[in-house]
Design a protein around this ligand. Sequence first.
Ligand code: UD2
Ligand code: MN
Length: 438
Amino acid sequence: MEQLHKFFNRFGKSTKIKLLKLTCCVFLVQTGLLLIGVTCFRYASFRPEPYPALQRLVNHVDRFLWSRFHLDSISVELDGDDVIGYLPSTSKVASDDVTLDFCDPSAAKLVGALMFPLPPTPPPSYDVISKNNLQVTPGGSYRPPKCRARFKVAVIVPFRDRENHLKHLLSHLHPILQRQQIEYTIYVIGQVHGSLFNRAILMNIGFAQALLEDDYDCYIFHDVDLLLENDQCTYHCPKISDHERSNPRHLSMSVDKFHYGTMSYDLGLCSPIPYEATKMEVFGGVSVFTKEQFLSVNGFSNLYWGWGAEDDDLFLRTWRRGYKIDRSETEKCTYRMIAHSHDGENPMSAMRYLLLKQSLQRQNRDGLSNLRYRVVSKTQVRLFTNITVDVGGPTPKLLKLMQKMKKNFGSDRLFSCFDALLWLYHQLAEDLTPEMNG
Ligand code: UD2
Ligand code: MN
């Protein structure tokens, strides 16, 4: 200390003040740098946790909820022995005419932007559509007569009570696919009346039935009410070289009803995995898979009875298998949706968020792997292959839960995932009370 004193006494007063100032400056700069460092470190290691308290509660609800309800074990049940639905292990391969050269895409007589009548203009009759498409063979099939198609495509349309929409679609789509030089068949999968509509099961059935018939390169899952606005949007799967992995395509991301906006939204608390699968990309309407891709995601879930979220579920499954939805060639793919209201037997599903939340846990057991259905009739009419199916309905357990939820929430109120989880939590707590009281 004395030495320090001697050291400082060697300097004059003004030098001492300067030294003091310098020391203060160094100290301040050091503290500032330290603060900046700490802040940077905190931000760098910070993981966004949007609503920590809610997330904790949801995690708690999750554990409680799923241990009681086992939604993953609820599946489609049909009575009787006449269930003939199954996924064939082999499919008969149609012999391609190898004597023909591949079609030249530049020779395709495409029109570009299309003009077409929509309701209230009535659609043409099946007879008129048939006369306009003489090269289409029974079952709704076509192959280019003078060249070998580059793609063999199954178009699968889920259907019930939309006769006029179907006529509009057939009259519109057949000529487009022919102009695109595609070899194709249109499958219309109709659900019998008496239970809630299930778009997703119908898609799975369409895939399974098409597999039985031919070896398609590509499966296009297509709503009945969507009409393409430009025939330069081609209905095929991307052909990718052997070492590259192709991705499923989404064609209908731009629809007039949604003001042609691209839609993605945050799943937030309904995310099946915190932080990761939270950004949903819209995947409904028209989506395109190869056989391998659709098998690898295990198709659609079979549990979405009524309107909503089955397309989001498919998005999650696709994401989980490491695919990225391909929208690279889809700037030409805009659509018009024929105006319609909600169908009576397709009410908004109150269960959709709960199912979505557990989507990935169920993926391997719920889908093509446990698809069950009964073919009521199968006919090859002039413009499409008409398959009517009985898919049963929700199991009594699921139905009871759905009815309770509908009663509490009202039939058409949109509610958040958090609402849904919380409701179920309270419901279970109530259910448990009598048991706990002995
Ligand atoms: C959106 C999606 C749709 C689907 C649905 C939620 C787009 C462009 N569309 O359409 O793919 O995910 O939300 O379930 O993203 N159908 C019948 N009869 C019925 C009910 C439905 O045939 O009674 C078929 C028909 O093919 C129809 C499709 O199911 O196009 C989808 O039903 P929607 O048109 O009522 O649903 P929407 O327009 O809200
Ligand atoms: Mn629609």
